[in-house]
Design a protein around this ligand. Structure first.
Ligand code: FYN
Ligand code: ADP
Ligand code: MG
Length: 570
């Protein structure tokens, strides 16, 4: 990298906070920054680019933050987001909290106002106690007060984001520090690279023996893969565990494709059956949170014993007792299990019963996907997308919405690891465009973002970002004209709180920012438009017109929606 060290005073070569921060990031292998510039961080973007790196400049910090977090998830290096102070910081904070909840490594770097004014609440420009506000929303919140501490602070942030359970870190940099100078020679000496920032954690032999005995004694074992398993990037080891033991597996949404959805042992299409009937469940990088009904209740049927692989010791027993906790990193734990389970009798009868159920479900679904309707519904439209993506298996699928999310997860097969990025643990709407940018940048491959029309609205302006950087992103908007459904009538003299302007033209919105914008009404038109966009590699938005009556309130999680029964007609 270019060493453009600055002025000298009295013969001493000087550097400053800006330069030290960039050198520390570069030294640690960071090449991409996602952010939104302004006072006091503007120089960062210009200088970062001038040094030959990439800066991706967004329209709202929240989307830049989502991009950084997804970059972290995909690369196992912390994704970096840079924002201005107070409001910019707060916009970015949502993404930092989301990264922490999802266990994605990310560092939010925000400029802040001067301490002496903020602490006396004297009303500085964008005054806010950012350090303390960030603290409950991430793994650690650090402030750098001295230029000589920049190196150690960056390393501390990286190690915190990556080690153990990955997550978010906040780095607060008061404006003045950026231009504060120090001796270039001393500055250089203060920078370093951490040794082994995400150390392997080997499970104890007793814990392994306990898990092996439990799995060997099972009649109906099941492996449940979560996004922690996908993050671990030991794809071949996980596949080997599954194939060597013959145990059926089912993925959580972002673990789809870690082992192919069309693998003969994939039990996704018999999900209810395997959750209910299994006797021993091996959780690999998946938490028994709301997405798994907390490990109890009718979702899980009868008595169940859990083996849980997780790097975070106190994840164990967080909802139900874990019979065999395996605390360690996924790769070490999976390989320890493989060694212990060598020669295990494969549960073939159980697997056969699952395969039969799965093929029945697939046949039923196949019929729905092939059924034409006067206006497209989620099935025939997503069926068309599925068929196109079958021939483009390296595409990253970004997915958000309610019905658009649940149906796409069920219908669109994934064949390769980490090729699906969605709303994650929080069910967040608005992650779409940031995730799409990061996936395109970090993988260098095409991205297809399937979004509900409501979900798209949260980050829609970033289509300008997508066209500005000319990224190979195809956004497909499943436009049914509202939240969940688009057919709710306006109450007397009011506007329905669940529907949108039916005359909205998302295709024209994309054209206005220089991308390809197409509107489609049939599965055939959708197929044609998607194939064309993947072939061209140009930023494209396909507005798919979906029947306003096609959605279901709250998608497949309607059970979580609270309704009042008072005063309603039975
Ligand atoms: C799955 N299924 C299939 C297939 N794959 N049938 C046929 N063919 C194929 N290939 C079946 C599967 O067996 C299930 O039926 C059903 O499809 C749904 O499967 P899914 O999606 O895996 O599971 P489920 O129970 O719908 O959801 C599990 C979940 C998921 C909670 C992990 O819903 C989830 O990630 N939800 C996130 C929701 C969210 O965040 N929403 C955003 C907020 S929207 P059965 O076996 O018959 O059950 C704000 O309102
Ligand atoms: P999903 O939503 O797919 O079920 P979760 O985000 O709930 O996945 O769970 C991911 C889990 O994976 C977290 O509990 C996290 O601690 C764990 N995890 C992340 N990385 C690793 C790793 N390298 N080794 C072991 N566990 C990990
Ligand atoms: Mg909608």
């Amino acid at each position: 990298m270019k060493n453009d060290i600055q002025a000298t005073t009295e013969g001493v070569e000087l550097t400053d906070g800006f330069h030290l921060l960039m050198e520390a990031l570069e030294m640690n292998g960071i090449t991409n920054i996602y952010g939104l510039l302004g006072i006091p961080v503007t120089e960062i973007g210009r200088m970062w680019q001038a040094r030959g790196n990439k800066f991706f400049s967004f329209r709202n910090e929240q989307n830049a933050g989502y991009a950084a977090s997804v970059a972290g998830y995909l690369t196992k290096k912390p994704g970096i987001c840079v924002t201005v102070s107070a409001p910019g910081f707060l916009n970015g904070l949502t993404a930092l909290a989301n990264a922490t909840t999802n266990c994605f490594p990310m560092i939010l770097i925000s400029g802040s106002s001067e301490r002496e004014v903020v602490d006396l609440q004297q009303g500085d420009y964008e005054e806010m106690d950012q350090l303390n506000i960030a603290r409950p929303h991430c793994k650690a919140s650090f402030r750098i007060n001295r230029t000589e501490d920049i190196g150690v602070a960056v390393v501390r942030a990286i190690r915190t984001a990556l080690s153990g359970r990955p997550g978010g870190v906040y780095l607060d940099i008061p404006a003045r520090l950026f231009s504060t100078t120090m001796s270039a020679e001393e500055g250089k000496k203060s920078l370093f690279v951490p040794v082994d920032p995400a150390p392997a954690q080997i499970p104890g032999p007793d814990a392994v023996a306990r898990a092996v005995a439990l799995i060997k004694g099972a009649k109906k074992p099941l492996i449940l893969l979560g996004k922690g398993a996908a993050y671990a990037q030991c794809d071949a080891d996980i596949k080997a565990l599954i194939e060597e033991t013959g145990i059926p597996f089912t993925p959580m949404s972002m673990a789809k494709g870690l082992v192919s959805d069309i693998h003969p042992q994939c039990a996704a299409a018999a999900r209810s059956m395997v959750l209910q009937e299994s006797d021993v469940v091996v959780l690999i990088g998946a938490r028994l949170n709301w997405l798994l009904a907390h490990g109890k209740g009718k979702t899980w049927g009868g008595a169940k014993k859990f083996v849980q692989i997780d790097i975070q010791a106190n994840e164990m027993d967080s909802n139900v007792p874990i019979a065999a906790p395996l605390v360690g990193d996924v790769e070490s734990c999976v390989n320890a299990l493989r060694a212990g389970l060598k020669g295990m009798t494969k549960p073939t009868e159980w697997m056969d019963a699952i395969a039969e159920r799965a093929s029945g479900s697939k046949a039923k679904l196949g019929t729905k996907l092939a059924t034409a309707t006067p206006i497209m519904n989620y099935f025939n439209s997503l069926g068309a997308i599925r068929d196109v993506l079958k021939n483009h298996q390296d595409v990253t699928l970004v997915n958000e919405g309610a019905n658009a999310l649940d149906n796409a997860r069920m219908i669109i097969d994934q064949y390769q690891p980490r090729k699906r990025v969605d709303t994650g643990t929080w069910g967040v709407m608005g992650v779409g465009m940031g995730s799409a940018v990061a996936a395109a940048v970090e993988t260098g491959k095409p991205v297809v973002a399937v979004c509900g029309d409501s979900a798209f609205g949260f980050s829609g302006m970033e289509i300008e970002t997508i066209t500005r950087y000319n990224l190979p992103v195809t956004v497909i908007i499943m436009n049914n004209g509202g939240i969940y459904r688009g057919d709710e009538a306006n109450p007397a003299h009011q506007v329905s709180c669940m529907t949108f302007n039916p005359n909205t033209r998302y295709d024209l919105l994309m054209q206005s920012v220089g991308g390809e914008g197409v509107r489609v009404n049939t599965p055939e038109e959708l197929t044609k438009a998607l194939e064309a966009s993947l072939k061209s590699g140009k930023p494209t938005l396909i507005e798919a017109i979906i029947d306003p009556a096609a959605g279901v309130e709250s998608g497949r999680i309607g059970n979580l929606n609270i309704v009042s029964t008072i005063g309603k007609k039975k």
